[in-house]
Design a protein around this ligand. Structure first.
Ligand SMILES: [Zn+2]
Ligand SMILES: [Zn+2]
Ligand SMILES: [Zn+2]
Length: 483
């Protein structure tokens, strides 16, 4: 059953009791109804209906008030996030009042119901954020969920992640770029967690392994130090028929602290017999089943975010006044992932798995006072465009380009010069985005040294150079037109 009826408040309510391809149906155009009422008492059937008929992803139901049967109250899990109320009578005072308040608020903030089908993760994020603004839910709080991809999730986002609406990497870039543009503001730090570098899930098993052969069948025991003869060896070497006796001098050990102590623990590998103090921690991802060293995991901060008033305006505006780089450029990655990638490449280089040079280019804008300026979307777009085969990222008011110069002909000098030329060309191309008094600069870092210098190299990435390799300054439009 699917019908449209008038409410006592003179609104038109779409009533339906089972799944229906509403968006594709020519019989129920968007302008014929104002409210959706799902008249079904079963949880699973109502969830199935909501998967396509909801105020976020359905083109015809966008931002419209939606109600389900009162019998389902408290039973809908995360679907509760997209339901405006539970009721059986669409003419009850409560429902009518809620309908009016939502419709009036949407009209006031200029949220138009007409939307296109969702074609990308970012379009989906915009739609969901608009919906949250429409419902005045402008605080995004991650919660712990044992069954969720990243452990901490914002329930309404996770609901749609499970329906296949977006990729996790796009989600992290979205949150990062919204906060860099001041449209979201982190109001409280929740936790820093470490994600699988392959799939970004958080459900990892931590495994202690033998640093020599990598196996995890390890025995752990304490080491005993016999004061009298200074013998130090694992506890089992002291065990003679249930008595603690020194394997070197044969004396019986009596009092801990008086004639012996246990200064350390030691691990012995059951596979290769190696004994060692520090086992190597590896992680096994329960989602993608890949194994990684603990150092390779991607750190991810989870914060409570608030949509700022600038964000509300910008997000609701029909020609959204910002671009999200991943919408157009698949070489843009979030900064945490960029750093992890550089670290991995650096380790690969020093362990001899790759030859050639590892470069990181940095671009930044300075104002008249010599202060770094916040990153501009156009700046990132240019860099993505000029370096289509490199990874690009941004943070600390710096835009980054990562590059591995492969050692094909045994000489990387020419390739490095090409990289410098491209960086300079990018600066020239960026002149039109500069404001009076500003200049745009670049420098590049080349990884040198050995394993122990990786940390310093990565630290240095956070900072601009006082002696840039090249700069370009603001030029008034009239002058460039004369040329
Ligand atoms: Zn071993
Ligand atoms: Zn002894
Ligand atoms: Zn994984």
């Amino acid at each position: 059953m699917i019908t449209i009826q008038n409410t006592d408040g003179d609104r038109r309510v779409l009533l339906l009791d089972n799944s229906f391809a509403l968006d594709e149906s020519p019989d129920f155009p968007e302008y014929l109804f104002d409210v959706i009422f799902i008249v079904n008492d079963t949880v699973e059937e109502t969830k199935a209906i909501l998967n396509s008929i909801n105020p976020i992803t359905s083109t015809k139901c966008c931002y419209k008030p939606l109600f389900v049967a009162s019998a389902l109250k408290g039973k809908m899990g995360n679907y509760d996030e997209i339901i405006d109320g539970y009721a059986d009578d669409w003419n009850s005072m409560e429902v009518l009042a809620k309908v009016e308040s939502i419709i009036e608020y949407n009209a006031k903030i200029g949220l138009n119901a007409q939307e296109d089908p969702i074609m990308s993760s970012n379009q989906f994020f915009i739609r969901l954020t608009r919906y949250l603004i429409s419902r005045k839910k402008t605080v995004l709080e991650p919660r712990l969920d044992v069954s969720a991809s990243t452990g901490y999730v914002i329930p309404v986002f996770d609901l749609f992640y499970r329906l296949g609406q977006y990729e996790l990497s796009d989600y992290f870039v979205f949150i990062q770029s919204m906060s860099e543009k001041g449209l979201f503001r982190a109001t409280k730090f929740v936790n820093k967690v470490y994600l699988c570098p392959s799939c970004l899930h958080s459900h990892l098993l931590y495994i202690k392994t033998c640093p020599r052969c990598g196996q995890s069948s390890i025995q752990t025991e304490e080491v005993i130090h016999h004061f009298r003869c200074a013998n130090v060896s694992p506890e089992h070497t002291y065990n003679f028929g249930g008595q603690l006796r020194c394997p070197k001098c044969n004396k019986i050990l009596r009092h801990i602290g008086m004639d012996y102590d246990r200064p350390a623990i030691i691990h012995t590998c059951n596979t290769c017999g190696n004994t060692f103090i520090e086992p190597k921690t590896k992680t096994l991802c329960t989602s993608c089943h890949k194994t990684h060293d603990a150092e390779e995991l991607i750190p991810q901060d989870f914060n409570i975010y608030e949509i700022t008033s600038e964000g509300k305006q910008s997000i609701i505006s029909p020609n959204i006044g910002f671009t999200i780089y991943t919408e157009f450029y698949d070489n843009y990655i979030e900064y945490n992932r960029f750093v992890s990638r550089i670290r991995l490449l650096a380790e690969q280089k020093f362990s001899g798995n790759i030859t050639g040079d590892l470069l990181v280019g940095k671009i930044w804008i300075l104002n008249e006072e010599g202060e770094t300026m916040p990153i501009r979307p156009e700046e990132i777009e240019l860099v993505c465009l000029y370096f289509p085969n490199n990874k690009v990222s941004a943070a600390n008011n710096i835009t980054y380009v990562g590059s591995v110069i492969r050692d094909y002909a045994g000489d990387t000098e020419e390739e490095i010069i090409n990289f410098q030329v491209m960086m300079s060309e990018t600066l020239r191309a960026a002149v039109p985005i500069l404001k009076p008094g500003e200049k745009i600069c670049y420098t590049y870092m080349k990884l040198q040294g050995n394993q122990s210098t990786i940390g310093d190299f990565i630290k240095e990435m956070d900072y601009i150079s006082v002696t840039p390799d090249d700069t370009a300054v603001y030029a008034p439009v009239e002058e460039s037109q004369k040329q």
